[in-house]
Design a protein around this ligand. Structure first.
Ligand code: OVV
Length: 396
């Protein structure tokens, strides 16, 4: 294909009910259509192959974030809230924000949380084992992060029920203004106001991750208002993501008894198991970039000022990059997956996400003999997140 040939066009709508119900059944067609594809429904470009997705993530000067990482172009449309100063920012603003959150969420900074997180996971799994029949989502995937993450940030108890609706709003808002979006925004004003209030310094504990962010404001690294926005980033991105990841972990382990057996005999695979879950069932399916200039890819071009959907879930199963990509294998080397993104915007919370995921996996591996589906899992539908609303499980 000549590099200036028109891009192939696809009528696939990544926000149609059929797509959202089963995105994985559309990914092959999107990858096969070409390295970059025009989506006629939205007039955006989509990339679903690993090499192209990764190249875009590694070129933030061409593929910028400051015009929003959802479908909406902030140069043309008003964002639903003041933009995130890390997610929806480019260098040099991004660099400054990133330094603060990288420090507050570094391996060293969160090392002190590990014993409490691990003890809590052991306790919760022990309690659930006594019950036997559980809902993997409500009772574990939601219960565990809710019982450790808000405390770690230092959020007040009262009103925490706003946290999940806010995450649902934020992740739906990366897509079009469809029925899902409207539904999750029903109580938007109340929910967003509660979140904004909790981000203020006086509402946070003085020994949590929130306080660690405000300590950077004292040093002049960011303004107090910026520190508040960075706390907002934690509250937006820190809960639904880990809940969906732990849910995906339970789904994968219940569906692959051979991998569960492998984990039981080799609990040290907990880390690579969680990495493989993020590759195999990527909770964050899509993020966009916007081209700042003409992009010349390998055999194709994307005009300047174009919204580009990076299909992370599809890239993570691209057979051009992965051996047997549809095979869930906890001992494969899944590092390099783009489930956490890649490059300067790669998930800054991934240490704490891994701490949570691995704590649950280790607790399961050490205490549970069998983990079996006890009913049909029910999907939770969101414009950006892939995951489950309910997974009936029997633990022995
Ligand atoms: C939903 C989401 C993901 C990552 C970062 C943020 C939000 C943010 O608010 O910075």
């Amino acid at each position: 294909m000549a590099s200036n040939a028109p891009l192939p066009v696809s009528a696939i709508d990544p926000y149609s009910p059929e797509y959202l119900a089963d995105p994985y059944s559309f990914h092959e067609a999107l990858r096969e259509a070409g390295p970059a594809v025009w989506l006629s429904t939205y007039d955006v470009v989509l990339m679903a192959r690993y090499a192209e997705v990764r190249a875009a993530l590694e070129d933030p000067a061409t593929f910028c974030s400051s015009r929003g990482v959802g479908l909406s172009d902030f140069a043309k449309e008003e964002p639903w809230r003041p933009p995130s100063i890390i997610l929806e920012a480019d260098p040099p603003l991004h660099t400054r924000s990133r330094a603060v959150l990288s420090d507050a969420l570094s391996k060293v900074s969160i090392a002190s949380l590990a014993p409490a997180f691990e003890a809590r996971a052991e306790q919760l799994v022990g309690d659930l084992l006594e019950r036997g029949s559980i809902d993997g989502i409500k009772d574990l995937a939601e219960a565990f992060p809710l019982s450790v993450f808000p405390d770690a940030v230092g959020v007040v108890e009262e009103g925490r029920e706003n946290l999940l609706p806010y995450g649902d709003m934020a992740f739906n808002a990366f897509g079009p203004r469809n029925a899902l979006f409207e539904k999750s925004f029903e109580n938007a004003q109340m929910v967003a106001e509660w979140i904004a209030t909790q981000c203020e310094r006086q509402h946070l504990s003085d020994d949590g991750i929130g306080a660690a962010i405000y300590a950077h404001a004292d040093r002049g690294d960011v303004s107090p208002a910026e520190a508040g926005l960075l706390v907002r980033s934690l509250l937006t991105a820190g809960l639904d993501t880990t809940i969906f990841s732990i849910g995906a972990t339970l789904f994968c382990l219940a569906h692959h008894p051979d991998q569960w057996e492998k984990l039981k005999t080799e609990p040290r695979l907990a880390r690579s198991a969680f990495t493989e879950v993020l590759r195999f069932l990527s909770p964050a399916q899509n993020f966009y970039r916007t081209t700042t200039c003409l992009y010349r890819g390998d055999g194709f071009e994307i005009p300047a000022d174009t919204k580009v959907l990076l299909c992370l879930g599809a890239a993570n199963r691209d057979p051009r990059h992965w051996d047997a990509p549809d095979h869930f294998d906890i001992s494969r080397r899944a590092t390099g997956h783009v489930g956490f993104g890649y490059g300067i915007h790669a998930c800054v919370g991934q240490q704490i996400a891994r701490l949570e995921g691995e704590a649950v996996i280790k607790a399961l591996a050490s205490r549970v003999a069998t983990i079996e589906l006890a009913g049909e899992p029910v999907r939770r539908i969101n414009n950006t997140l892939y995951g489950y609303d309910s997974i009936p499980l029997r633990l022995t």
